[in-house]
Ligand binder design. Structure first.
Ligand SMILES: Cc1cc2nc3c(=O)[nH]c(=O)nc-3n(C[C@H](O)[C@H](O)[C@H](O)COP(=O)(O)OP(=O)(O)OC[C@H]3O[C@@H](n4cnc5c(N)ncnc54)[C@H](O)[C@@H]3O)c2cc1C
Length: 402
């Protein structure tokens, strides 16, 4: 494909997208929004020029853009209206990049283009009732029967589970191996017999995530990503992309830029009337800029080929803190009215606590930064090297093969 200058990208986008309305209200992806069609239309509009995922190979829906071109596309893209891509985010930002690293050519061929063009939606089936922070403790069992895996267990907090076509499922294939080494990553169709999805309601009113029950659900071995017992390695790739992307997602949708819409909105509603509020708002604005510079530095390193690492944890921590401080400031300026469901910022206020939980809690990110960035002593991990079947969870009857 032709090389991408700013003008070339603008010409391609002008023919396909509408320009961003600078005054438009923006918020975080997914909240208060169940619309799948806007995002699908946007991705479809970009499909023939591969600009939704420019770095992906052209044969998989991208255009094989180099680092400079990817940066150019990202820069010019900010001039255009981007709909809420929440429904498509697992596929575009986590499953797709993971398939590019760990997927076989036939898997890339089958799954990447429908992700890039918005035809198929993916969800991430990692967390379980007793395996969230301690993800390597998953107890969903995967038993190989001929050419098929038979899955039994329960997942929870599966965002997008109710409308996804595909689930990226971390399951235990060997109960006698230590917990990190007995896991396998399997992709399953969500309409497979034996897969039951039960949506849950969050305190902000959203019904994005679900419990998923797996009862003798059969999945072809061809859907395994990576080797048998290598699921943890694949999961780490997924999570590194999730953490690195979490802050970016919030930033993009919250309109944090040179003239952030939240700040203009606050001023327009009289929220900067007192010196104390102005002081808080300016401190938040400065913090936001610092977070943004750090994020851009990490993004530049990634674009230059670096794999996302523990710096994603630092980014996630700052992204969550920023979101919560902003929601708090807006709510304070609204006063008692902030409690009303239709008040400015109410949805963000009720969503803010989840920022410190989703994609790994703040405490877990602190542990990662402490151990892997600062070199502090690791916290005790008593069950790391014993067979999982002998661990507390492995010994409970319901997690053992029937
Ligand atoms: C909005 C939202 C969307 C989500 N979407 C998905 C999804 O799509 N797919 C998916 O698989 N999961 C999803 N999750 C689940 C999320 O990844 C988990 O909630 C998270 O990892 C925490 O796990 P847990 O809820 O089991 O809490 P627990 O792990 O039980 O933690 C409870 C508390 O103990 C603390 N804690 C635990 N271990 C330690 C430790 N070693 N050191 C210090 N403190 C510790 C935690 O920080 C937390 O405060 C979502 C969660 C939310 C809120």
């Amino acid at each position: 494909m032709a090389s991408l200058t700013e003008d070339a990208v603008r010409e391609l986008l002008d023919a396909r997208l509408v320009r961003r309305d600078q005054g438009g209200r923006t918020t975080v992806m997914g909240i208060g929004n169940e619309d799948l069609e806007e995002g699908r239309a946007y991705l479809a509009a970009l499909a023939d020029v591969g600009l939704a995922v420019p770095s992906w190979p052209a044969e998989h829906g991208g255009r094989g853009a180099d680092d400079d071109e990817v940066a150019t596309v990202a820069r010019v893209m900010r001039e255009y209206a981007v709909p809420d891509l929440y429904a498509y985010a697992i596929g575009l930002r986590m499953a797709g990049p993971t398939l590019l690293v760990h997927g076989r050519p036939d898997q890339q061929e089958r799954w990447l283009r429908p992700i890039a063009t918005g035809i198929e939606i993916w969800c991430q089936m990692f967390s379980e009732p007793d395996a969230g922070s301690d993800l390597a403790n998953v107890a969903t069992l995967a038993r190989l029967d001929g050419e098929e895996w038979v899955l039994d267990g329960q997942k929870v907090w599966t965002s997008r589970g109710a409308y996804s076509q595909w689930g990226l499922c971390l399951a235990r294939s060997d109960v006698d191996a230590p917990k990190h080494r007995g896991l396998t990553m399997i992709v399953l169709r969500m309409d497979t017999r034996g897969v039951e999805v039960r949506p849950l309601r969050q305190m902000n009113g959203d019904r994005h995530f679900s419990e998923v029950f797996l009862t003798s659900a059969r999945v072809p071995d061809a859907n395994r990503i990576g080797g048998v017992g290598e699921g943890w390695r694949v999961a780490m790739t997924v999570l590194a992309h999730e953490r690195a992307g979490a802050d970016r997602t919030t930033e993009q949708q919250a309109g944090f830029g040179r003239n952030p819409s939240w700040l203009a909105g606050l001023a327009a509603r009289g929220g900067l009337a007192t010196p104390v509020r102005r002081d808080r708002a300016m401190a938040l604005y400065a913090y936001e800029r610092a977070v943004r510079f750090t994020r851009d530095r990490v993004a530049a390193a990634e674009q230059a080929g670096a794999t996302p690492g523990p710096e994603g944890s630092g980014q996630k921590l700052h992204g969550s803190a920023l979101f919560k401080r902003r929601a708090g400031l807006v709510a304070d300026s609204e006063g008692a009215a902030a409690m009303l469901t239709d008040s400015e910022g109410h949805l963000e206020l009720l969503t803010a606590p989840s920022m410190s939980i989703r994609g790994g809690t703040d405490e877990i990110q602190h542990n990662i930064v402490g151990e892997r960035v600062l070199g502090l002593p690791a916290e005790p991990r008593v069950d790391r090297d014993i067979p999982w079947a002998q661990s507390r969870r492995g010994r409970t009857g319901d997690a053992r093969p029937g």
